[in-house]
Design a protein around this ligand. Structure first.
Ligand SMILES: [Fe+2]
Length: 239
């Protein structure tokens, strides 16, 4: 983990008092590494390894480039993606139609999404500093709203929940494209490292996450995921 994440871990810890941490690390241990850090070292845009020129050709999102970037991230974090998963037809990538994949997008595999028995299992892949667009899950398909929880497997993430203040620390992490679109309403954030977990604050609450400087592999545990119930804050975003 890079030092700028250590600073953000501290800032996030202050903002998120209900941070659940099974790794046993302490805020005091983290703050010991903070001397000399400044806020201009924690801008999310400083985390990107690729810019959008890598992911777009003539304005069209190049999925093969996105897969390439995730595979390179997996190699760098020593995350072993089994061949059966690498070739999994359900491994998907998306820029959500927003044209800013370097900062806003994700990859993932839906391992389970069982409507009959109402469960869902998903791995989320995020490049360094990459954000899942803010969204919420509403009741749909005669089913209750989806609830979800997340556990970091590799790398780190910032989980954002509703409320909070537009602090310099929060604003530094957020993609300009989403701020300019007024598509963010969550400014509370927590920093999660490998093994750490968090959960949705309430049903139908807006939420999103942003990867730390090494990227992230996150497992999501949830109720049935309805695409009809998925609502983005940015009106231009779509699955
Ligand atoms: Fe969600």
């Amino acid at each position: 983990m890079q030092r700028r994440d250590v600073l953000k871990a501290f800032v996030g810890g202050v903002a998120g008092a209900s941070f659940i941490n099974f790794a046993g690390s302490s805020a005091s241990a983290r703050t010991a590494s903070l001397s000399g850090e400044t806020t201009n070292q924690i801008e999310g845009s400083a985390m990107q390894k690729y810019d959008n020129d890598f992911f777009y050709k003539d304005g069209v999102f190049q999925q093969d480039k996105a897969f390439q970037a995730y595979y390179e991230m997996f190699a760098e974090m020593n995350y072993s993606l089994a061949d059966s998963l690498r070739s999994n037809k359900d491994f998907w990538v998306s820029d959500f139609g927003l044209g800013d994949f370097a900062r806003v997008g994700m990859g993932g595999i839906f391992f389970f999404n069982d409507k009959e028995f109402r469960y869902f299992g998903h791995d989320i892949y995020l490049l360094p500093g990459q954000m899942i667009p803010e969204h919420r899950h509403e009741p749909a398909e005669d089913m209750p709203a989806k609830h979800e929880a997340w556990q970091v497997r590799n790398g780190s993430v910032y989980t954002f929940s509703e409320g909070g203040e537009k602090t310099p620390q929060a604003l530094a992490l957020l993609p300009k494209s989403q701020l300019d679109a007024d598509a963010i309403h969550c400014f509370n954030f927590k920093f999660l490292r490998v093994g750490d977990q968090d959960r949705l604050s309430r049903l139908c609450a807006p939420h999103f996450m942003i990867a730390g400087s090494d990227g992230a592999v996150v497992t999501e545990y949830a109720c049935y995921h309805s695409m009809d119930g998925l609502k983005f804050s940015n009106p231009k975003a779509h699955p």
